[in-house]
Design a protein around this ligand. Structure first.
Ligand SMILES: [Zn+2]
Length: 568
């Protein structure tokens, strides 16, 4: 609730018309409004979350306190929605004011201005220094203006969030993202992405592909809550180890944590139904949105965010042998993804026990040896990163090299003997005994957002056709070619309904249209002029290529269809 108290010499107000449909008509005499002498005017805006029980008492206490200070016995309760942009329901607001009136009437003379009406009012605020608010309000309506002014001032500040490109290289994904209209950032959401339609097409494309391939590889998919009670994070160990790096919220006097990791939710899903050795190895994937507190100074486009999407998966294995087999399969899957995106596999790092950790030394030794054995079996050369493991287990990190010869750590496989212990995970073995599964955590893209940044810089925005936000743009050479161009669009659209195609029929020179399409990194630019119209053909310009090929629309459809289907 927001209130603004004004100690006035007088206030005159008059209802004009209803602001809310459901409000009952006023009695005749109230329609004329009122003129009230010296009093304390209390402008109020009841907000979402205010409850009758608590708000009435607080409101009355505050008013009594101020009234005592200015030595006044006359109160005007004045509903004033402009104070807030987060208003409660009219029912709640009216009830709070009605109840407050009853309470205040025990000690004061109270007038309540009509609720749910537009009103005109005039008042003269006293100039004494006792009330901070009255000092600000000297003339009629000043405070009103100030509130509105503040909101638009804030809006101007928010709208100023523009990308400063002065320190960025030309191929920075933030510049490419702006040129292709993929995403933006705003200072009201530091380290969080506002995905535009074009950018979401890429994100969804990567997700769909991921889902398809994981289904083929025998994974299930789950989704777990964004926020869970601190109890859970105390069990998982996140509460003690990383309290300062997490966003904490409150609900009904319970502390909640915005999930920084998907694992604990995954544990709850595992425990929800009894498991047997027949269920193992169990591969459970989750495209999970996580939040981690980062200093605003280290945030950097899509590379380092506060909110990001992990292509997580947890694998539960019966024994060490099964665990080794599963790790090998994950390595295969990782390689398959890198090949798809033309990223070169560069090197592997094995990260061992860190200082902050859970689990016994014996367990750590066993876990580290298991990972080393797998790498040796696969004949993968690796470098040891002492002390860089996760707090629950050692890990293998995969580094790739992009077209600019830069290396990135993308995928990770982590071995975990601890989490299953902490969550008391079990499965029933052949002999009916209860056993603990061994657990693997792994990501392939890592952070989906970061992977998109790598891909944008790796390809300079020229994404493979299957992933590109706009795959085809049709340009008319002159206005008179527009009808033929429309026919071509219809034909192509019917042949490949899933094709992402748009058109540029503006009356600007063709080189301008081509330049704009190039800036958007559209894969195929189709130009139709008189010559094409006469020959029933199209002139196709492949992205990043100066050459133009004239062909029949059917020919183009055939090759494009193949390209999309094969995800090239
Ligand atoms: Zn995990």
């Amino acid at each position: 609730m927001k209130i603004l108290t004004l100690h006035v010499d007088y206030i005159n107000f008059k209802p004009l018309k209803k602001a809310l449909k459901k409000i009952a008509d006023l009695p005749e005499k109230e329609k004329e409004g009122q003129k009230i002498g010296e009093s304390l005017v209390v402008l109020t805006a009841v907000e979402k979350g205010d409850t009758v029980k608590e708000s009435v008492g607080e409101l009355v206490k505050n008013i009594e306190d101020i009234a005592k200070q200015v030595k006044i016995k006359s109160i005007v309760l004045y509903p004033y929605a402009h104070l807030s942009s987060n208003l409660a329901s009219p029912e709640t607001a009216e009830e709070i004011l009605r109840e407050a009136e009853i309470e205040l009437k025990k000690n004061f003379k109270v007038v309540r201005a009509p609720f749910g009406y537009y009103k005109e009012f005039e008042l003269k605020v006293k100039g004494h220094p006792l009330s901070e608010l009255s000092r600000e309000i000297r003339t009629e309506g000043k405070q009103v203006q100030e509130e509105i002014y503040n909101a638009s001032q804030l809006l101007r500040e928010i709208s100023k969030s523009k990308l400063d490109t002065s320190k960025l290289k030309d191929n920075d994904h933030r510049i490419i993202g702006q040129e292709m209209d993929l995403f933006s950032f705003n200072e009201v959401a530091p380290g969080m992405v506002l995905w535009h339609n074009n950018g979401l097409i890429i994100k969804n494309g990567l997700t769909d592909f991921w889902r398809e391939e994981h289904k083929k590889a025998g994974y299930q998919e789950i989704s777990t809550p964004q926020m869970m009670d601190s109890k859970l994070w105390k069990v998982s160990g996140h509460w003690d180890k990383y309290k300062g790096n997490n966003f904490i919220s409150e609900y009904e006097k319970r502390l909640f944590l915005l999930k920084p990791m998907n694992c604990p939710g995954g544990m709850l899903v595992y425990k929800a139904r009894p498991k047997s050795y027949r269920d193992l190895p169990l591969r459970v994937a989750e495209m999970g949105v996580v939040h981690r507190v980062e200093l605003s100074g280290v945030l950097s486009g899509l590379f380092r965010l506060i909110q990001f999407t992990q292509d997580d998966a947890h694998l539960f294995c019966a024994d060490e042998k099964q665990t080794k087999e599963e790790i090998k399969k994950i390595v295969e899957l990782i390689n398959f993804f890198y090949n798809k995106f033309n990223l070169k596999f560069d090197h592997v790092e094995l990260s061992t026990r860190p200082e902050k950790r859970i689990g016994t030394d014996e367990t750590w030794t066993k876990a580290e040896k298991l990972l080393e054995d797998v790498l040796k079996d696969l004949k993968i050369k690796y470098k040891v990163n002492k002390g860089e493991g996760a707090f629950y287990g050692p890990k293998i990190d995969f580094h790739v090299k992009d077209s600019l010869e830069r290396t990135w750590q993308v995928s990770t496989i982590q071995l975990d003997f601890s989490m299953p212990d902490r969550f008391e995970l079990e499965y029933t073995d052949r002999d009916n005994s209860k056993k603990r599964p061994i657990m693997l955590h792994r990501v392939i893209y890592g952070s989906l957002e970061r992977f998109i940044a790598i891909m944008l810089e790796h390809t300079n925005g020229r994404l493979p056709t299957w992933l590109a936000p706009v795959q085809v743009r049709v340009l008319s050479f002159t206005d008179r070619n527009e009808p033929y161009a429309r026919k071509v669009i219809k034909k192509l659209g019917e042949a490949i309904p899933e094709m992402r195609m748009d058109a540029d029929f503006r009356s600007v020179p063709v080189p301008t249209k081509v330049r704009d399409a190039e800036l958007m990194r559209i894969n195929y630019i189709i130009v139709v002029g008189d010559k094409e119209e006469k020959g029933n053909t199209v002139a196709v310009r492949v992205k990043g290529d100066k050459r133009i090929k004239t062909m029949k629309p059917e020919e183009f459809v055939k090759s494009l269809k193949k390209e999309i289907q094969e995800k090239r």
